[in-house]
Design a protein around this ligand. Structure first.
Ligand SMILES: [Ca+2]
Ligand SMILES: [Ca+2]
Length: 241
């Protein structure tokens, strides 16, 4: 049996500068189905619902059974730099059967080795098996949460990916060109997965402090400001006492 999860960000509508979305699922009743539109979410069946005690840090989370698709649409202006940041506990497995690599600005799944695999331009896939410092990243498992953070630049159609707060890919090209962010989609074809603390923002998500190249500038800031590491220099320090 093939087990896999897909995360896709598809381009359909546009949203305004500064727009931020956040959901930790704590405000919902336990058992609430997401088949009804809630905070922008929509699910394909009642197999997506809020559960207590299974979320990040034992909080509430969105639990997804097999064969359910959950989407959230957000509206943004074109050409923005947008972060999508979340904790998820996926089914890890083989490459999804029919990934539409030519329709989404970002598309990913977790493979059997525990690595995030992301679609790139031209229909290929990139395995995020090395951090910026060449260390093996935190392995994604089916029985615990892993933080995934994606920074997409809709003006250059390039993106960077962080796993557990550490940079594992940068300067990759969107599998499909678009200048607007429109929706987050989680497709859960086999088995089950959980999603928590979803943040979509034009600001660097909190806690992104790692500096794997050791240049004194946190890697998330380098990605956010110039799109890649190794370019920015430390500025002159002025100190008053
Ligand atoms: Ca939660
Ligand atoms: Ca750095």
């Amino acid at each position: 049996m093939l087990f896999f999860s897909v995360i896709a960000i598809a381009a359909e509508v546009s949203f305004g500068a500064g727009v931020a979305f956040y959901d930790d699922f704590e405000s919902y009743a336990v058992g609430q189905s997401f088949i009804m539109a809630t905070n922008g979410w929509q699910a394909s069946s009642t197999a997506a619902y809020v559960t207590n005690g299974v979320g990040y840090a034992n909080s509430k989370a969105l639990a997804m059974g097999a064969s359910v698709v959950v989407t959230n649409t957000v509206t943004a202006a074109p050409n923005l730099k947008i972060w999508t940041d979340f904790q998820f506990m996926p089914t890890i497995g083989l490459q999804p059967a029919v990934p539409q690599t030519n329709t989404s600005s970002f598309l990913a799944y977790a493979n059997t080795n525990g690595y995030l695999v992301v679609a790139v331009a031209g229909g290929g896939w990139y395995v995020c098996s090395n951090q910026l410092d060449k260390v093996t990243p935190t392995l994604i498992t089916s029985n615990g949460y892993t933080r995934i953070s994606v920074c997409q630049d809709f003006s250059t159609n390039t993106f960077a990916v962080f796993v557990a707060g550490n940079l594992v890919a940068q300067g990759l090209s969107f599998p499909a060109n678009t200048n607007t962010y429109s929706s987050l989609l989680i497709d859960n074809p086999d088995y089950s997965s959980c999603l928590d603390t979803v943040r979509i923002t034009t600001d660097i998500p909190p806690g992104m402090t790692s500096d794997l190249d050791g240049n004194g500038i946190r890697d998330a800031l380098e990605i956010h400001l110039v799109g890649r590491t190794g370019v920015m220099k430390s500025g002159t320090l002025l100190m008053l006492q």
